[in-house]
Design a protein around this ligand. Structure first.
Ligand SMILES: [Zn+2]
Length: 90
């Protein structure tokens, strides 16, 4: 949501836990707009942003966000993370 992908954020939150506020919103406003592929309409942009702004922990597989700062250790298991890709290196 912070990166501007509101529909994908709502979809992920709704799929991960019980969300009385989202339930209430959807009951009032209807379902989330989905593309023909069954994913939120901002999903392609979200997945591109996600891949560009995360680093995957080689120890536990968790994705760690790098958009605000680049962590040295995994936020899930505390293992050292591989160095995030620098756009200049690609
Ligand atoms: Zn980890």
């Amino acid at each position: 949501m912070r990166a501007g992908f509101v529909l994908s954020a709502a979809h992920l939150l709704y799929g991960a836990t019980e969300c009385p506020r989202v339930d209430k919103f959807l009951a009032k406003n209807g379902p989330l707009p989905m593309g023909d592929d069954g994913w939120p309409t901002d999903w392609p942009e979200w997945t591109a942003w996600f891949m560009a702004n995360t680093v995957k922990c080689e120890s536990c597989g968790a994705f760690n966000f790098t958009d605000e700062f680049v962590p040295d250790i995994c936020g899930n298991c505390l293992a050292a993370l591989p160095k995030a890709k620098d756009e200049d290196e690609e």
